[in-house]
Design a protein around this ligand. Structure first.
Ligand code: PSU
Ligand code: MN
Length: 307
């Protein structure tokens, strides 16, 4: 493995040596998903949440020509303040490494790096998906193809309502990606617990999610699983409240000609402003919730492998 440009933090290296369950965390949510200083505060709280649940967090980013698996608090702070950080997906990862730039990993790139590092579980907020208007823009996140290709179980709060959720589900079905709602029948919609769409699969325990992850490997199936974990009830923003805000943000994006990689960060920033920060509070709560479930799933996988 030494030929891979991976640098493990001391905490992650110790976890690997002792077989402690690991949960990967992405860095685009820090650099492009939330404003400073809440981005760094959230990253630290999410890491603490993973530790409190008995696993070790591995926040992933590219710096100095290396994929860093696990960041120190100082590295997180520097990343959270930095400007001009690349938003890395599958297409950009190698170029960023080869040119020595700093890059934050999206869901797609974090999955690739987690798998290279031998990490099975990755917790985040929301995945990218099929954007509204995709019939003309062709904007479909590379996250969906990554879920079809890379064997990592991704815990998210569903796909954001800024996306076209029915089309996102259709593409995931086409790609053969299991979409598992946790503890309910309905697909969650990020800031809201329900989307009005039934999820293709439902599971009620971390053990079942772990068993399905391991079964896919036994069957030789490439690709991962998407676990859609609803935001805690106390923190949700009902569809009726967030819906009109999303419409406004989408209209602004269209009027300003926002395209490609800039779309998701633009919409998140506008929704943050338009909800006077409420979207961010909800976002933080759901990431923490996903981190805890991720730790539980990682622990079940570790236990099943050991037994
Ligand atoms: N969802 C969030 N916050 C984020 C993202 C998604 O709640 O910051 C980021 C993730 O890194 C995801 C990326 O992989 O946006 C998707 O970008 P795009 O739509 O350009 O594929
Ligand atoms: Mn896109």
């Amino acid at each position: 493995m030494t030929h891979l440009p991976l640098t493990f933090s001391a905490e992650v290296a110790a976890a690997r040596a002792h077989g402690t369950p690991l949960v990967a965390l992405e860095s685009t949510i820090i650099t492009h998903g939330m404003p400073h200083p809440q981005n760094v505060e959230t990253a630290l709280r999410v890491e603490a949440g993973v530790r409190a649940a008995g696993a070790v967090p591995a926040t992933i980013a590219v710096m100095g020509g290396r994929i860093h698996i696990g960041l120190s608090a100082a590295e997180l702070e520097a990343l959270g303040r930095a400007t001009g950080v690349m938003k890395l997906s599958r297409a950009d990862l190698a170029a960023c490494l080869a040119t020595g730039r700093t890059g934050a990993t999206t869901v797609a790139a974090t999955m690739i790096c987690a798998h290279l590092a031998g990490i099975d579980v990755f917790a985040t907020g929301g995945i990218g998906g099929v954007h509204r208007g995709a019939a003309t823009s062709f904007d479909i996140s590379a996250d969906l193809h990554e879920l079809a290709a890379t064997p990592v179980t991704v815990i998210a709060a569903g796909a954001k309502a800024i996306l076209d959720l029915p089309k996102t589900l259709e593409v995931l079905e086409t790609l053969g990606v299991p979409v598992i709602a946790f503890g309910q029948d309905d697909l969650p919609a990020f800031w809201s617990r329900t989307s009005g769409l039934r999820a293709p699969l439902r599971m009620d325990s971390p053990a079942d999610i772990a068993a399905a992850h391991l079964m896919r490997a036994r069957l030789g199936l490439p690709g991962g699983q998407l676990v859609a974990n609803p935001i805690p009830a106390a923190d949700e923003i009902p569809q009726a409240v967030i819906g009109p805000v999303i419409e406004t943000a989408l209209a602004e994006a269209q009027a300003q000609g926002i395209a490609a990689k800039a779309v998701t960060p633009f919409l998140l920033d506008r929704i943050f402003t338009l909800t006077e920060g409420r979207s961010l509070t909800a976002n933080i709560a759901l990431v923490l919730n996903n981190a805890r479930l991720g730790a539980a799933v990682a622990a079940e996988i570790a236990q099943a492998r050991a037994g």
